[in-house]
Design a protein around this ligand. Structure first.
Ligand SMILES: Cc1cc2nc3c(=O)[nH]c(=O)nc-3n(C[C@H](O)[C@H](O)[C@H](O)COP(=O)(O)OP(=O)(O)OC[C@H]3O[C@@H](n4cnc5c(N)ncnc54)[C@H](O)[C@@H]3O)c2cc1C
Length: 278
């Protein structure tokens, strides 16, 4: 098993800022997902791929989301001082978020959690993402490329119109392989053969997964078989997001033991072999 060298920011050692950030861009990217970009210069300098912000969704007469909603950082523009989120409109919180207009302000707390780490040296990495996992894993492409790791991303979705980050991944210099249910090539058998091919070609020094239980299991099997370093970004309902309420505890495997960890501050990124799934 390879050890990691890039120690991600630790939540205890970095400031967590609350900001009422101005919305610069807010638009639908397809029938399910929206992209929101905000001005947050200080946070953009602190943020790392895999971390998240806790968003205070606005309340009105129709929608009254109570807790903040955790949202992964989709893109970080440290120089321009901008952070982007890519979110799926599903329930009360995200329906309320979708109502925010350009020029309005979003109350965001963060950056929170522990982000991704990269393998030693310049080992190439493979990213396996589906659904909302595409949003979480997208900034890892730029981070890894900028630190000299060649990236291959396998991007999975129900249909081609729901695939996201394909052009951005290729523009960052990474290889993007797309698979969809509609095209009949997103099944675990086909994805497993893609992983085997990438491994044989020497393109997999580490493996990262997010967004699907079956892809997580597949990634775990592959990493275990080949002794690869890997990480997974987990999701869980959260209340405080700061580690105090223990609302987001999940079970993980540590050797032969089952341990419980808070996704908000001990994650959301965890070693691949420790995850027990969603
Ligand atoms: C680390 C992390 C990163 C994430 N990143 C993304 C991302 O990049 N894009 C994305 O689309 N989604 C992301 N999610 C999921 C996101 O936080 C929301 O859960 C999801 O968008 C649905 O939120 P909603 O408010 O629309 O749905 P809702 O169904 O209204 O609420 C979301 C969750 O909060 C719970 N909840 C709501 N109100 C209460 C209450 N009063 N008491 C107790 N529980 C309540 C609900 O049970 C539900 O599971 C992420 C989650 C985590 C943990």
């Amino acid at each position: 098993m390879q050890t990691v060298h890039a120690v991600p920011p630790q939540p205890d050692s970095l400031p967590v800022l609350e900001e009422r950030a101005e919305i610069l861009r807010h638009e639908a990217v397809n029938g399910e997902y929206r992209l929101m970009q905000v001005a947050a210069p200080a946070q953009a300098k602190l943020a790392r791929a895999g971390q998240f912000f806790h968003l205070l969704c606005p309340q009105d007469d129709a929608l009254k989301p109570f807790f903040r909603r955790p949202m992964s950082i989709y893109a970080i523009d440290a120089e321009g001082g901008r952070i982007s989120f890519l979110y799926k409109v599903t329930g009360t919180g995200t329906k309320a978020l979708a109502k925010l207009a350009i020029g309005e302000r979003l109350d965001m707390l963060g950056p929170l959690g522990i982000g991704f780490s990269l393998p030693r040296g310049k080992a190439p990495i493979v990213i396996l993402a589906r659904g909302v996992g595409l949003a979480t894993l997208a900034p890892l492409v730029g981070l890894a490329q900028s630190e000299g790791h060649a990236v291959t991303a396998i991007l999975s979705a129900r249909s081609p119109d729901l695939l996201m980050s394909v052009e951005e991944t290729r523009a960052a210099g990474a290889d993007a392989i797309t698979v969809t249910d509609a095209q009949g090539n997103s099944d675990t058998g086909h994805v497993a053969s893609l992983l085997d091919d990438l491994h044989q070609q020497g393109r997999m020094g580490a493996l990262y997964a997010c967004g699907s239980n079956r892809l997580l299991k597949l990634a775990q099997e592959h990493a275990t078989r080949h002794g690869l370093f890997g990480e997974v970004a987990m999701e869980q309902q959260m209340a405080c997001g700061l580690g105090m309420c223990f609302c987001c505890v999940r079970a993980f495997r540590e050797g032969d033991a089952t341990v419980h960890r808070r996704v908000c501050c001990e994650g959301p990124v965890f070693p691949l072999e420790e995850a027990l799934g969603w």
